[in-house]
Design a protein around this ligand. Structure first.
Ligand SMILES: [Zn+2]
Length: 244
């Protein structure tokens, strides 16, 4: 079985030189030396027992021992890191944003400023700024923003166009992700529709009232006409009787 081979070195141990081993972190370069003298009978063995013991010793101290020295990680670098603004790998994130979101880097932007204050393109710094802010105030795709936050609020807090915020949010959390602005807009539209409905209903009620009034008036007229017709009819009848 393949095993990681550790080269013995001389380690200072309380003023004395001891046989030991050293690992250097492949990420941050921090190193640690530990004195370790395996049992004599294990010297020169070729079954990797000694090396397995050395590996366990380092692992016991929090190291992640890789297959090659380049993959070794010190206890600090090996610890899982929650994403916070402090440890956000900005260069890496910037690169990912650049590759995936097709944003322009500030370095490639023309040095000469535009003559008129035109809406500029979103730069990598802008994307990074927005992305970092979203990490802070956006919960997840289903819950959307934390209380009180919206695309518009993030935009005004960072002094960037709202469309940029929506763009980064959608790219980071998905197109269907809830942006409270969208909900606000839907609610506003529903309110507006409701208001239109109320206006239409009021208009209909007024029309009905008018029509009702007219019908009443017509009914009254009709009654009068009927009475007159009745009188004329009776008069005609009387005249006919007289002429016979
Ligand atoms: Zn490290």
């Amino acid at each position: 079985m393949a095993y990681r081979f550790f080269q013995p070195i001389s380690v200072d141990y309380g003023g004395q030189k001891r046989r030991g081993y050293r690992l250097d972190c492949g990420e941050c370069g921090a190193g640690e030396s530990i004195p370790f003298a395996p049992l004599k009978r294990n010297y020169g063995d070729d079954d990797g027992k000694t090396h397995t013991m050395i590996r366990r010793k380092f692992e016991g101290r929090g190291w992640v021992v890789g297959e090659s020295p380049r993959q070794d990680r010190c206890p600090r670098c090996a610890a899982p890191k929650p994403i916070t603004n402090a440890n956000l790998d900005k260069p890496k994130l910037a690169l990912a944003l650049q590759e995936n979101f097709k944003v322009t880097t500030t370095a490639t932007q023309p040095a000469t400023p535009a003559p008129a204050p035109q809406p500029r393109d979103m730069g990598i710094d802008d994307a990074l700024l927005i992305s970092t802010k979203l990490h802070e105030v956006y919960i997840d795709a289903s819950k959307g923003y934390g209380e009180g936050w919206t695309d518009a609020k993030v935009a005004s807090a960072l002094n960037v166009p709202r469309a940029w915020v929506r763009d980064i949010r959608e790219k980071q959390y998905g197109k269907g992700a809830a942006g409270n602005d969208d909900i606000d807009a839907a609610v506003a539209e529903a309110r507006s529709l409701l208001s239109d409905c109320k206006v239409a209903r009021d208009a209909a009620e007024q029309t009905i009232a008018l029509v009702t009034k007219k019908i009443d008036a017509l009914t009254a007229t009709l009654t009068g006409l009927r009475e007159r017709a009745g009188k004329i009819e009776r008069a005609v009848h009387t005249v006919e009787q007289a002429l016979r």
